[in-house]
Design a protein around this ligand. Sequence first.
Ligand SMILES: Cc1cc2nc3c(=O)[nH]c(=O)nc-3n(C[C@H](O)[C@H](O)[C@H](O)COP(=O)(O)OP(=O)(O)OC[C@H]3O[C@@H](n4cnc5c(N)ncnc54)[C@H](O)[C@@H]3O)c2cc1C
Ligand code: SF4
Length: 597
Amino acid sequence: MSLLRFAQPKAPEADLQKTYDAVVVGSGAAGGMAAHVLTSHGLKVLLLEAGKKLDIEQELRSMEWPYDHPRRGNMPPEYHALTSNEYTIRQPPYAKGMPYPKVFSYVQGWGGSDYSKNIVVNEKEHPYTGTDYAWVRARLLGGKTAIWGRLALRLSDYDFKAKSRDGYGEDWPISYADIEPYYDKVDEYLGISGVKEGLPYLPDSIFQRPTRLNPAEVRLRQSLQKMGRVLTPYRAGVTTDGLKHNKYRSRCFGRGACNRRSGGCDIHAAFDSPTGLIYPAMDTGNLTLRTNATAYEVTVDPKTGLARGVSFIDTDTRQTYEAKGRAIIIAASTLESARLMLLSKSPAHPNGIGNSSGHVGHNFCEHLMGPSVSGLVKDLVGKPHTLDDGRPGGFYLARFRNLDQKQPDFIRGYGFEGSSGLGMFPGNAYDTPGFGSGFKKQVRDYAGAFISMGAFGEVLARYENYMDIDPVVKDAWGVPVLRFHYTFGDNERKMAADMAATGREMFEAAGIEIVHSDADILTEGWSIHELGTARMGADPKTSVLNQFQQSHDVKNLLVVDGSSHVSASCQNPTWTIMALAWRSCDHLAEQMRTGEV
Ligand SMILES: Cc1cc2nc3c(=O)[nH]c(=O)nc-3n(C[C@H](O)[C@H](O)[C@H](O)COP(=O)(O)OP(=O)(O)OC[C@H]3O[C@@H](n4cnc5c(N)ncnc54)[C@H](O)[C@@H]3O)c2cc1C
Ligand code: SF4
């Protein structure tokens, strides 16, 4: 049983005869924010979500102990999670021909997979083709925010104006000053915990109470200070002090469940789109929600070429419908949004809606993962046990490459996420030899003394990295699927070599004995931070959207998710996705008020 349950608001039934002020596609971070902002301006909004509304507290059961679950939290044995090897030896569609009734992406190989088995999509129903890509999708009300990792970081002008610094790619059509007020709004509306560090390349948020670093992490932080590098407590998109204006969310009780499983918090201290954005939007009386509604085309008024509505298929009955809106907001997540735009072909938009530039699906970027290091802090061995994993995250080590000094081998940067200390299950038990009381003592003595971290680096946006529609393969609902044409390049490989070297160096400098390190790059897509595919820009010939995420071609069409990002930076994207969506929807509401749209 979850600790807290709040009465959920009721939304009116969708009225498909009516023209809504706006139809929003997708209910994750981006779509939830669009619904919140537009309804708060008094606009009548219909939110279409392909997935179901799950009884999410019952799914997550954050308080359930491993021994109260028949399989210690694991999903049924006949279900399969793709392994890292399968992503390299098989080819998409990875699940094709596999004997299991359900096949999931790699995140279902983590602990507690039974709690997310209805959240992450079944690859058998949702295939894709082309080059290797570990695509993690969540189809339910709230999308991936139901299980996201909560690291909530800002971008800076080191990112927005990266081309001006190193000459590669394109600058964003906005600067930090444009988005800063919206980052502030997101912080205050949703809650974020962290510590101010005053770094120009990782701007501070308006933080609530931070979580504490444990002794091994403090040691690493202090050692890094001598190198001019900054390790800071996890900046978590979690309300640690509570939010007086939101009755659907509780403050964080430090139970650590979100950190032990693939994510999720059943008291919603960690941000998720339904309790953070959608339920409050329903309370305005302006939001209508239609779940089980998979959009497959943005329809067009043939006279004006403007967007008229969204055709969708009922995921259960497979019947098709059209919902109509004065403005259409696509927020189906980076890759799904590109898919929907490319599927929306009409005489007015023969390459797909908003795609006169030919850039939809292109300039894809994300974060590179793989290099990591684990070590032992010897003087913590045998120390009294402490509660270390009762927190929503460990630490973040901010970018330090290509700030003041240029790296000779590669451009852009990377950061590390990591943690240390005692967990609910001592992972070192697997590698400790022996048995009996000696074995148990050894496991217990060493359990809290390990520290590890893994790097996340910027993958450069390149036109040649793109997705298009597969001419043959369709998903379980008959909708043509995406085909990937995407690989890492030389800059990524050189950056990965540097990540592996600096990870080791930093542990050695802190006197941490290295027990394991990895230099290999994980399969493309592993970061779950997909970006690009409908980038913003000033020039309609080389970009898809203007700085307000509004289509250059179709002024009543907005694309408010990560597809609008011009470059990936190395910081996790969700806080930026929401700040941009807020800014763009404020702008749209003003344009609708003045009759411009
Ligand atoms: C395990 C995990 C850890 C993560 N950790 C972090 C982190 O620490 N920090 C961070 O910043 N980010 C993290 N992320 C990424 C983060 O979740 C995403 O950046 C964020 O959710 C993106 O929001 P979105 O609205 O674009 O997409 P989503 O949240 O995926 O929402 C898209 C929604 O659109 C719906 N949809 C898709 N296609 C259609 C269609 N055709 N019609 C109707 N609806 C449709 C989907 O069902 C979904 O509900 C993590 C993700 C995962 C899975
Ligand atoms: S640590 Fe906080 S955010 Fe995480 S599950 Fe517990 S209460 Fe929720």
